[in-house]
Design a protein around this ligand. Structure first.
Ligand code: ATP
Length: 231
């Protein structure tokens, strides 16, 4: 990923930021001049048409935040031939020793099994932990990916359309769960109603620029139309 320029002001609550940064991929510049700061306690929904740069921005933020951020990527990035349990456990691979990880692969450790079982239960994955991920539905796989990110137990949740494959009611439940377990969240969404109802700050992108950055309480769904107008 192409990334130049430095972090901006260092106010105590600022977790990560971009100050006149250029973000993109190899020779493709997506954000030519991005200035944006994320503060502790922010609950941010990132909106914009397909291809405007939501994933590019989330990825750059994730790199900036390092170990502070739990990451739930767009394509799930699950290991299809492993069980749901093992995929969720992978959220904390770095937390355990190589030896513990190897043993757990062969025979799940009781404490981890119980903890992951409880987490899976809150995500409606009861009874599916032993099932290979490629034998789960798209929505179930998405919930496994969310569980893996939650199992990381980091203060910041970065999610790239984490509720795109589930029904609206489940989407609400999952966003509530994510919000309840993280002080700070930055989540790309396509559903503006969910964004306005479950997040405090709305960032709208268009053509490599932030064109909306405002409290959700000051915006209506109609105000967000501008993000979806095709030129
Ligand atoms: N690995 C890559 N190499 C080169 N260009 C890329 C790469 N990934 C994305 N792009 C381009 O960067 C731009 C922004 O892509 P990005 O994936 O960030 O958009 P997005 O808003 O997340 O889209 P979507 O809602 O469809 O996921 C697009 O023009 C895309 O084609």
């Amino acid at each position: 990923m192409l990334e130049t320029a430095s972090v901006g002001p260092s106010a105590a609550s600022v977790l990560a930021g971009f100050e006149h940064a250029r973000l993109g991929h190899d020779n493709r510049v997506v954000f030519p001049d991005l200035t944006l700061h994320i503060s502790q306690g922010d609950r941010i929904a990132l909106l914009g048409r397909s291809g405007v740069g939501k994933s590019t921005l989330l990825d750059a933020l994730r790199v900036r935040l390092g170990d502070q951020a739990a990451w739930c990527p767009q394509a799930n990035a699950l290991v299809p031939t492993l069980s749901a349990y093992h995929n969720i456990y992978m959220g904390r691979l770095a937390h355990y020793s190589r030896w513990q990880n190897l043993i757990n692969l062969l025979r799940p450790r009781p404490t981890c099994w119980q903890e992951i079982g409880e987490l899976a239960g809150t995500l409606g994955l009861d009874g599916l932990l032993r099932r290979q991920v490629d034998q789960l539905s798209g929505g179930q796989q998405q919930r496994v990916a969310i569980a893996r990110a939650l199992y990381q137990k980091r203060p910041v949740f970065i999610g790239d359309e984490p509720v795109a494959s589930v029904d609206p009611r489940q989407g609400v439940r999952l966003l509530e769960l994510i919000n309840a377990r993280h002080e700070t969240c930055v989540v790309a969404l396509h559903q503006r109603e969910l964004a306005l109802a479950h997040f405090d700050r709305i960032i709208g992108l268009d053509d490599g620029h932030v064109i909306i950055d405002a409290p959700a309480s000051e915006l209506s769904s109609h105000d967000l139309d501008v993000l979806y107008v095709t030129s």
